[in-house]
Design a protein around this ligand. Structure first.
Ligand code: MRU
Length: 368
């Protein structure tokens, strides 16, 4: 996708600079477009942990490239397993991180150490390219949900939570891919963007992305969605996800569950966009089994923004003595999800729905 007319992916390799890895520093957006150079595995791990890169598919791709950087230093089996484990431990909820690293290890373990770095770059590039293709397919399979509500040139209002756009993937995005395609087809689509406290991925990143692409949007406080739904101002909700269980439960950014409850109460369709790399075939009950990342309390007690003088700064918004808790994700049970939009088409958020599209995947996972 483009920023100021220049096409970007959210991660790429600079072959002219010793095969180092480049990312857009998402902690700096939308105030400045800073490109970071990752030259070793520690920098890649730091980028994921500190959310310079974030979003489930993107952290999987960056972890894969992080392993490439590690193998250039030490390609022994012991070092490779150690570095992969270190990368996997950077963030616990998004399954794409583990998926990408397991895929890399499955490809690299049988190789001689001398061949591993080159093979790793090929596999990481395949992961990144496939993510782009999967997200574009999600867009194609999801755009009809918007088009069918646009009869007679009517405006379609979509609500989304967090950032599940191209910045959260390698390109296109998951939840936002159908929106970009609807916009590109001339459909009058407008997006309600949940600000997504505490880190404000909606207000900072989704609004930036949509604005850069010319998509009409309005940022709303996280608690406004239910009210808008009660008044017929939301036609459908589309969100992304960090992990979907084999039974269709959906882990996503904290607050997603409340939007699903409000959508259910108001008969607003609630759709989830995901590539198959986000399905955890080993997990059945999302509420009980998906690990929820607990992040620093300081993300809740402070906000970061740009002052009227142009300087970016962080302000405390709570009394100095108040404690804060910061669970970063929640789980929406499958019964509240209208359906899943995947690279192979749309399906019910259920074991049967997922098996219908992905009979070839997850065969080794234990069934209930
Ligand atoms: O904590 P983040 O910003 O990494 O969380 C991201 C989300 O929750 C996204 O909605 C999810 O990863 C879907 S990304 C296509």
């Amino acid at each position: 996708m483009k920023i100021d007319g220049t096409s970007y992916r959210s991660v790429w390799v600079d072959e002219q600079d010793g095969w180092t890895v480049r990312i857009l520093d998402q902690t700096k957006l939308p105030w400045s477009v800073d490109i970071l150079r990752l030259s070793d595995v520690a920098a890649a791990a730091h980028a994921i942990r500190s959310m310079q890169v974030r979003g489930a598919p993107l952290i999987g791709a960056v972890a894969a490239y992080g392993l490439c950087l590690a193998l250039r230093v030490d390609a022994s089996t012991a070092a490779m397993e150690r570095d992969a484990a270190m990368l996997a431990a950077t963030r616990p909820t998004a399954i794409n991180l583990r998926w990408a690293l397991e895929r890399m290890l499955a490809r690299l373990r049988p190789q001689a150490a001398s061949a591993r770095a080159e093979a790793a770059y090929r596999e990481a590039a395949a992961i990144a390219d496939e993510d782009v293709a999967m997200c574009a397919a999600i867009g194609r399979h999801g755009v009809g949900l918007i088009a069918e509500r646009a009869a007679g040139g009517r405006r379609v209002n979509v609500l989304t939570h967090c950032n599940a756009g191209w910045l959260a993937t390698v390109d296109w995005g998951t939840a936002l891919a159908p929106i970009y395609m609807a916009h590109d087809q001339g459909i009058d689509v407008h997006v309600w963007v949940d600000e997504t406290r505490p880190r404000n991925q909606g207000a900072l990143l989704t609004a930036f992305e949509l604005g850069s692409h010319g998509v009409k949007h309005t940022v709303i406080a996280d608690n406004a969605g239910g009210h808008l739904m009660q008044h017929g101002m939301v036609d459908l909700v589309i969100v992304g996800t960090d992990r979907v269980t084999r039974s269709g439960d959906v882990a996503n950014k904290i607050g997603t569950y409340l939007k699903a409850l409000a959508a259910h109460d108001n008969a607003v369709p609630f759709w989830v966009g995901l590539p198959s790399s986000t399905i955890d075939w080993t997990v059945d009950n999302g509420v009980k089994e998906i690990p929820i990342e607990e992040r620093a309390a300081s993300e809740v007690t402070t906000v970061t923004g740009r002052g009227m003088d142009g300087a970016v700064s962080t302000l405390r918004v709570t009394p100095a003595s108040s404690n804060a808790a910061n669970p970063a994700f929640d789980v929406t049970p499958a019964r509240l999800v209208t359906g899943l939009i995947t690279e192979r088409g749309r399906c019910a958020a259920s074991a049967a729905g997922l098996r219908g599209l992905f009979a070839d995947l997850g065969r080794d996972a234990a069934e209930p």
